[in-house]
Design a protein around this ligand. Structure first.
Ligand SMILES: *[C@@H]1O[C@H](CO)[C@@H](O)[C@H](O)[C@H]1NC(C)=O
Ligand SMILES: *[C@@H]1O[C@H](CO)[C@@H](O)[C@H](O)[C@H]1NC(C)=O
Length: 382
């Protein structure tokens, strides 16, 4: 990916691309958009499910990391270190669970409820190195009857298995699982979560045909067995439950590193660009609002940012402050002798800095990523 192309897309075309811009058709816009999306690792423009309400909620740790990344100290720190998890990385995804609720057919444990957990790891690009995959399962217990709250906490025995191969019809599913964790949890009205490091397993899941997911088995432990109604296939909940099972929300927090995107985030304060009117090449202020490019539905934050652009002349004699190359100095010299035969050099970005972006990917996962070459800090004649 040549950053210069990208810069052009984003900075709405500067200086030397006047000819290109004149041809700007819808098709061009589409191909530029595809280009930008593919550099974010997206196959197409994400269409997050439904309206604002039904949309996947942004986990609060991600919000915190996003806000921190905007602070000045964060911009000076290593862009490829995720201090919250103490691992190397520049992309943080909350990969959401796509597993089904399956229950009842378990011959070993009649009263168990099983939930499949499946995390599609093909959202990671092959170039990415996975540094951490942490399973996070949240149990939200909302008893139907308020009275049941008064009877004190209920206990749920939870077992987590990895599935090592597909189960053929009629075979015993137990034979294809390995226990990863077993613990009991006390259900309270406040959500409870369990976390577990699954990095090596998730690395394995990236290989084609190797991801059979996990199974989470829940067995309510109740003093009075009368209260418990067994589950039957097809019933997602028993009728008239004395004991309601908690709602489960699972995600896999995946931190990965794209080693090609580790340039420093140190940024000159381009925010304080001078407003002196001048025709000479320099960085100018430009605020890009993602709403203007129609991306507000999949970019969660920021809503826009100060991208700036380069504009102005590169006149003879080229002064040192214009950061010209030797070639540009000679070109201005030739231009001054023959203005029609040779154009002036172009005023282009020579130093760019990244921003952090929080967005939904093609699978509706929430992703936080540092994205390079988004802000023009300095311009020069090239
Ligand atoms: C996983 O995601 C990829 C790309 O986003 C998609 O092509 C594939 O069908 C998904 N696999 C499953 C099992 O959902
Ligand atoms: C050229 O670079 C210097 C710092 O190296 C910077 O202060 C100056 O603004 C740059 N010139 C332009 C036109 O941006």
């Amino acid at each position: 990916m040549r950053p210069t192309y990208l810069t052009r897309v984003l900075l709405l075309a500067v200086c030397c691309c006047v000819a290109v811009c004149d041809l700007s058709h819808v098709e061009d816009m589409k191909s530029q958009e595809r280009f930008f999306l593919s550099s974010l690792g997206l196959s197409g423009r994400p269409r997050p499910a439904g309206s604002h309400q039904s949309r996947r909620h942004v986990p609060s740790p991600l919000w915190r990391m996003f806000r921190r990344s905007e602070s000045v100290q964060a911009q000076e720190s290593d862009p490829c270190m995720v201090s919250e998890y103490g691992v190397r990385g520049n992309i943080i995804r909350y990969v959401q669970d796509q597993g089904r609720l399956v229950s009842g057919w378990n011959s070993v444990c009649q009263a168990c409820v099983e939930k499949q957990l499946f995390f599609n790891m093909s959202v990671l690009q092959p170039v990415e190195l996975l540094s951490l995959a942490q399973l996070d399962v949240k149990f939200h217990w909302k008893p139907f009857r308020p009275a049941s709250l008064l009877q004190g906490p209920r206990t749920l025995s939870v077992s987590l298995y990895k599935v090592i191969r597909a189960t053929l019809r009629g075979a015993n599913p137990q034979a294809n699982r390995r226990l990863l964790l077993s613990q009991s949890i006390q259900l309270q009205p406040e959500p409870i979560s369990i976390t577990m490091d699954l990095t090596s397993l998730a690395e394995n899941w990236r290989k084609p045909g190797r991801n059979y997911g996990l199974v989470l088995e829940q067995l309510p432990l109740i003093a009075d067995p009368e209260e418990l109604l067994p589950f039957h296939p097809g019933n997602s909940l028993p009728l008239e439950p004395a004991f309601t099972l908690p709602l489960i929300q699972a995600s896999l927090v995946a931190v990965s590193l794209n080693p090609h995107q580790c340039r420093s985030r140190q940024r000159r304060s381009a925010v304080h660009l001078p407003v002196t009117p001048s025709n000479v090449c320099k960085a100018r202020r430009l605020y890009i609002d993602f709403k203007d490019v129609g991306w507000q539905d999949w970019i969660i934050a920021p809503q826009g940012y100060m991208a700036n652009y380069c504009h102005g002349e590169c006149p003879f004699p080229l002064s040192e402050s214009l950061n010209g190359t030797n070639h540009a100095i000679l070109q201005t010299l030739v231009h001054s002798l023959d203005p029609h035969g040779t154009p002036q050099p172009c005023c282009v970005p020579i130093r760019l800095s990244p921003i952090s972006m929080l967005y939904y990917d093609n699978n509706d996962n929430v992703v936080l990523r540092h994205y390079q070459d988004m802000v023009v800090d300095e311009c020069g004649c090239r």
